[in-house]
Design a protein around this ligand. Structure first.
Ligand SMILES: [Zn+2]
Length: 419
């Protein structure tokens, strides 16, 4: 028998995720959206459907987040934990984190760096219905150089041959995407963020190998030379995209020509500002807040507004941004993907709808899933998240969802968890 339900709400996002349809209902059959119609039109259908009148809420497609580390603790101890905990402990944390994520309304997540033994097992348990969680695209372990960024949960691969083998191994394990650390990172004392970790030649080989295996390749990159290399190599997504000069005495080394090429090639960027915002708010509450700068960037510290300036220039040049919290990094808790949209409004000055669209339809497009998820229209997967208040007026009301449906399955109803 077909499972049929109807979700009525005062505000339902339109098919472009750019405005509200007032007093509409989403009709769901067998996990897919059958139709979105004015609530007054559907009375005849009510007998044959389970009807949920959610009342004065804003009903959106489930949020999509392109940047997660499922087993990381979202505290400054994340590295120590990743080093000191065994796979069972990491798997228990990842299981809980994915549950929190989906119950907050994030129904699709791309994890771009977690241990293989954890990530693939957690996805299998979610997909077989044993535990609640989002739809997961996985990189498994990130690929990094020996002692490079995130080596403690990565695959260390230094040469072209090692990198090609690492990529093939990840795909064999079930990876949907390849993550490479193109420069060092703030999180890893032994990895210099100002320096490329791989030569252009090795990055080109990595792109070639990922193309052969038909998976996209995304790269963590914090320095100007790193960005130039990954743009030249033609990776699909650029994560962070900061512009640190290679000289530790200098600030940023922004390059407009590289940005133009990035825009021409359609490379997406994940600017990861949401978790920075959460860390700043933690500091304002009297907690530790943002971490001390990495030794490689401490002699010439760059204020956030300089980074924002470069990101806005990139956006003006035509580069599109994804939503990506870097879930699992300090204060980037797995239930706070909405902070990406807060940062877009409050730090970039975007409209609320542009931010909401990026957190749903836009990032679904970046992940190649926009024919299935990211908007509420007939034929799409029934991933729904209802928020109290109106996030188009106040983006902060986009927070933890009060009702969540994933693939037609009701997981949370009016703040009552059902799974
Ligand atoms: Zn990350």
């Amino acid at each position: 028998m077909t499972k049929k339900s109807i979700f009525k709400a005062a505000r339902v996002s339109n098919p472009d995720v750019s405005g509200w349809l007032k007093n509409h209902a989403v009709i769901v059959h067998d996990g897919l959206i059958k139709a979105v119609e004015p609530s007054e039109n559907i009375n005849a259908a009510e007998d044959s459907h389970e009807v949920y009148d959610l009342g004065n809420v804003s009903l959106l497609p489930g949020l999509v987040d392109a940047h997660c580390h499922m087993h990381c603790s979202a505290t400054w101890d994340a590295r120590a934990l990743a080093l000191g905990e065994n796979n069972q402990q990491l798997t228990i944390r990842a299981t809980n984190n994915m549950r929190k994520a989906v119950l907050a309304g994030t129904t699709t997540i791309r994890d771009i760096g977690s241990k293989n033994e954890v990530a693939f097992a957690v996805r299998q348990m979610i997909d077989s219905g044993h535990i609640p969680g989002p739809r997961l695209l996985l990189a498994g372990t990130p690929i990094t150089i020996t002692s490079g960024h995130c080596w403690f949960f990565g695959t260390e691969a230094d040469t072209e041959t090692e990198v090609r083998k690492a990529i093939r191994t990840q795909v064999k394990l079930g990876a949907n995407v390849i993550k490479m650390m193109a420069t060092g990172g703030m999180f890893t004392p032994t990895a210099n963020p100002r320096r490329p970790q791989y030569s252009l030649e090795v990055l080109k080989s990595a792109v070639d190998e990922a193309n052969r295996m038909n998976v996209p390749i995304v790269t963590h990159v914090l320095s100007a030379q790193g960005v130039k290399n990954v743009v030249e190599a033609g990776v699909d997504h650029v994560i962070h995209s900061r512009w640190y000069d290679i000289d530790p005495e200098k600030g940023l080394d922004y390059d407009q020509n590289t940005v133009k090429k990035m825009a021409d090639q359609g490379q997406w960027v994940d600017p990861t500002l949401g978790h920075a915002l959460l860390a700043q708010e933690a500091k304002a509450r009297g907690e530790q807040g943002p971490m001390d700068p990495h030794w490689a960037v401490s002699s010439k510290f760059v204020e956030e507004n300089e980074h924002i300036e470069t990101l806005l220039k990139m956006h003006d040049a035509g580069i599109r941004f994804t939503s990506g919290l870097d879930m699992g990094m300090a204060y980037g808790t797995h239930d706070r993907s909405a902070a990406n949209a807060w940062a877009y409004v409050e730090k970039f000055g975007w409209t609320e709808w542009k931010a909401i669209n990026t957190s749903t339809a836009g990032t679904a497009e970046a992940l190649g899933l926009n024919k299935e998820i990211g908007s509420l229209k007939s034929g799409m997967v029934a991933d729904l998240a209802a928020f109290d208040g109106d996030p188009a007026k106040n983006i902060r009301t986009l927070d933890r969802a009060s009702t969540v449906v994933r693939s037609g399955l009701l997981m949370k109803l009016n703040n009552t968890v059902l799974v």
